[in-house]
Design a protein around this ligand. Structure first.
Ligand code: FMN
Length: 169
């Protein structure tokens, strides 16, 4: 059987977005307190990278207005969002001044911010930033983790929609 791929002209952003969106992911909140201000965003690009040293990555649009300030944080918090966090996730991707309105969170002494009721939580610092086309690949080094709410089901993002995992029988 011969597979015929469409030509390069078909790699337009709309088709790419659609194809990338076919890959289901979880979502993390990336957040910190910088100069007394809560900053953060939602990222579905979270990936585990290395055990030694412990590294994870997120991939952020180069146009992000939040990242240039957020990256200045001494420490950054990552929270794996739970299935009930859909509205919170939209809020963390919405207007900057409302991202933390009524959001229960915890701030560490180094300024990392984690969201209450999430699954795994990580205390991180920026390890390396790599320009990657119209995005910046950010490697984060882990310094501490809280595996507290592992019994919760994660928030799943697929084809621009939220869902959750159903337990296999
Ligand atoms: C489910 C979900 C996943 C997202 N994942 C990413 C991501 O991985 N990388 C990214 O740059 N933005 C992602 N965003 C968008 C950011 O949360 C945020 O809206 C965007 O960075 C624009 O805000 P900013 O200019 O303050 O950074 C995601 C949004 C949603 C709702």
């Amino acid at each position: 059987m011969t597979i015929t791929f469409p030509t390069n002209q078909d790699l337009d952003p709309v088709r790419l977005r659609e194809a990338f969106g076919s890959f289901p992911t979880g979502v993390v909140a990336v957040a910190a307190e910088v100069d007394g201000q809560l900053l953060g965003l939602a990222a579905s690009s979270f990936t585990s990278v290395s055990l030694n040293p412990p590294l994870v990555s997120i991939n952020l649009a180069a146009t992000s207005k939040t990242w240039p300030d957020l990256r200045r944080a001494e420490h950054l918090g990552l929270t794996v969002l739970a299935h009930h966090h859909g509205p919170l996730c939209r809020q963390l991707a919405g207007p900057v001044d409302q991202r933390f309105t009524d959001v229960a969170h915890t701030v560490t002494p180094e300024g990392a911010v984690v969201i209450d009721g999430g699954l795994a939580k990580f205390d991180t610092t920026v390890y390396r930033e790599i320009d990657a086309g119209d995005h910046v690949l950010v490697l984060l080094e882990l310094h501490a983790l809280d595996n507290g709410s592992q019994s919760l089901s994660p928030l799943v993002f697929h084809r621009s929609q939220f869902g959750s995992l159903t337990q296999a029988l």
